[in-house]
Ligand binder design. Structure first.
Ligand code: F6P
Length: 362
């Protein structure tokens, strides 16, 4: 009789809606394809931290029931920066060696890593170290290279759009400029999609550095037309055209010296000072990562999970699942690790928004 397939699974980095739906998809499809009695799933707790520190739970089939609609992750998650993976710190722990040991001691046939860009870099490292790895692309940022979309993104778009909808009514009542800061440090996908879906007047994203005069001009133009309020959707990682000339670290240093908390608070202060129009800031923050996955994300997560189960059955390792032109497929980890999918200034949705009169501050 063939030995049971031992499958490790972990969720790493910032959580997002759809992690549990994906875990469920993988498990149910593995049980269906290989037979429940032939599969053992080991849940590594709190991402790579659990793999380093040998913290895990042998999962029962019942653990995967009733979790489709649950936000967060039943496995727990933790940030474990990639750049520190190969650095031996004060605790004297060789993290890569420890992860390999846990994998070996648990007699895993493979390890599934659900995560974003950092998670994929470590997944690729472990794959190069000889472990059988399969990645699954999660993040509300939608910035994983090689996939049209990541799970968690569309739920966050829905949540951020709801925030903008609610801001619209209060902005209109008070004739104010409402700035909403939306998560996304490097990539502006979430701000762009929610901005268009929520009818924002100005959308500011890191890929298109803004000129504050252009932003002020846009709100003033609206007020001259009798539209006394404006909605400005700002990605948390936005920066202006002057800052665009600086390296990320220099930018952060300059901001800290000037006591600037966030790009959004600075834009609001400048707009109010330059135009005289009353401005307010709203930061939904981690609310964008919470809640039950949308129907779209439940379907996507399930499809991704089933594809991962097929890869396990075929013993096809060193890949991450992806959606390309509407089709579920997979990319080699080595081809996508360390790359980021940014919004192109010529992206169809940017151009669509511009045709509607949405300004980007450029
Ligand atoms: O990567 C997802 C994300 O939500 C980003 O949009 C955001 O910049 C970051 O995580 C926040 O991370 P943390 O929860 O660790 O503060």
């Amino acid at each position: 009789m063939a030995a049971k397939k031992r499958i490790g699974i972990l969720t790493s980095g910032g959580d997002c809606p759809g992690l549990n739906a994906t875990i469920r998809g993988v498990a149910k499809a593995c049980f269906d394809r290989m037979g429940t009695e032939n599969v053992e799933i080991i849940g590594i707790q709190n991402g790579y931290y659990g793999l380093i520190n040998n913290i895990y739970k042998v999962m029962q089939p019942s653990d995967f029931s009733g979790i489709l609609t649950q936000g967060g992750t039943i496995l727990g998650s933790k940030r474990q920066p990639f750049k520190m993976m190969t650095v031996i710190g004060e605790d004297n722990v060789d993290k890569v060696k420890s992860m390999k040991e846990t994998y070996k001691n648990l007699k895993l046939d493979c390890l599934l890593t659900l995560g974003g860009n950092g998670t994929h870099k470590t997944a690729n490292l472990l794959s190069n170290e000889g472990l059988n790895i399969i990645g699954l692309p999660k993040t509300i940022d939608n910035d994983i290279y090689g996939t049209d979309v990541t799970f968690g993104f569309h739920t966050a778009v829905d949540t951020a759009t709801d925030v903008i909808d609610r801001l619209h009514t209060t902005a209109a009542s008070h004739s104010r400029i409402l700035m909403v800061e939306i998560m996304g440090n490097k990539a502006g996908w979430l701000t762009l999609y929610a901005g268009v879906a929520g009818g924002a007047d100005i959308v500011i994203i890191p890929e298109i550095p803004y000129d504050i005069d252009k932003v002020c001009e846009a709100v003033e133009k609206r007020s001259k037309m009798g539209k006394m309020f404006s909605i400005v959707a700002v990605a948390e990682g936005a920066f202006d055209t002057e800052e665009a000339k600086l390296k990320k670290k220099e930018r952060a240093k300059k901001r800290a010296e000037a006591g600037i908390l966030t790009a959004t608070s600075r834009i609001a202060a400048q707009v109010q000072a330059n135009t005289g129009l009353e401005s307010r800031v709203c930061v939904p923050g981690h609310m964008l990562r919470g809640g039950s996955p949308s129907a779209y994300d439940r379907v996507l997560a399930t499809k991704f999970g089933v594809r991962a189960a097929n890869l396990i059955a075929e013993e096809k390792y060193g890949y991450t699942v992806a959606l390309v032109k509407g089709e579920i497929t997979e990319n080699k980890l080595e081809d996508i690790a360390g790359k980021t999918k940014f919004v192109s200034p010529d992206d169809q949705l940017v151009l669509t928004a511009k045709h509607l009169g949405v300004k980007f501050g450029d």
